[in-house]
Design a protein around this ligand. Structure first.
Ligand code: IYR
Length: 222
């Protein structure tokens, strides 16, 4: 049986053309300054900022509006340490055995290795989980739709919100990362997709001078 919802008026006001342009330029300039950071200060960040950014991520569109995501915020040092140890265990095997020569060459410019001190040092970790399916009130499996796309969009909003607020983040994907279900006590219908250390950068740090593809390389207009 289909479930209808009430309709409400769209909250929207059409910007003047010059505002449209200036707003898009300002946003572009802001986003160009976003960089992945691997060197964090341990200075705490206000809870409310993190919660606002996660709430913003939760505004993402999703298949049939199922909102198939869950965000776990970790500030507790013992849990961060546990996550670091579990991540480094996997990453050590990755670097020593699982990564191909091609992959190692491709990531060489990032100067990464199996050690992940930022998982302990950053004041906050945010783990993003995708809900592959739901369990209804009778514990019957129900479908979610376009889960990867939906969670990908929500994650993009999260990164954007954190950057806009003035924080830095690192999308970290230790693989496999099912250990996050155990440590963070998430159910089996959820899988971790990315783990973000979040905070302030540690002083005047350097980041690799990576270039973004120019617009003409990423766009086709008909
Ligand atoms: N997950 C590893 C390796 C790594 C892989 C890719 I693809 C990157 O863009 C960066 C790192 C690590 O975090 O070190």
């Amino acid at each position: 049986m289909s479930q209808k919802v009430p309709y409400v008026s769209l909250e929207y006001s059409k910007p003047a053309p010059e505002d449209l342009l200036s707003r898009s330029r300002e946003f572009l300039d802001l986003m160009k300054k976003r960089r992945t950071v691997r060197d964090f200060s341990s200075e705490p960040v206000p809870d409310e900022v993190i919660f606002n950014c996660i709430e913003a991520a939760g505004t993402a569109p999703s298949g049939a509006n199922m909102q198939p995501w869950h965000f776990v915020v970790v500030k507790d040092h013992t849990i961060k340490k546990e996550i670091r140890q579990a991540a480094e265990k996997e990453e050590r095997i990755n670097y020593e055995l699982r990564y191909s020569g091609e992959m190692k060459q491709d990531i060489a410019k990032l100067e990464t290795n199996f050690e992940k001190p930022y998982l302990e040092k950053a004041p906050v970790l945010i783990a993003v989980f995708k809900e592959s399916y739901r369990l209804d009130e009778n514990q019957v499996r129900r479908k979610n739709y376009y889960v990867n796309e939906s969670v990908g969009i929500a994650t993009g909003l999260l990164i954007t919100a954190l950057h806009t607020a003035g924080l830095v983040a690192l999308p970290h994907t230790p693989s496999p990362m099912k250990f996050l279900n155990t440590i963070l006590k998430r159910p089996n219908n959820e899988s971790p997709t990315v783990l973000f250390p979040v905070g302030y950068p540690a002083g005047n740090i350097q980041v690799p001078d990576l270039k973004r593809k120019p617009l003409n390389e990423i766009i086709t207009v008909f």
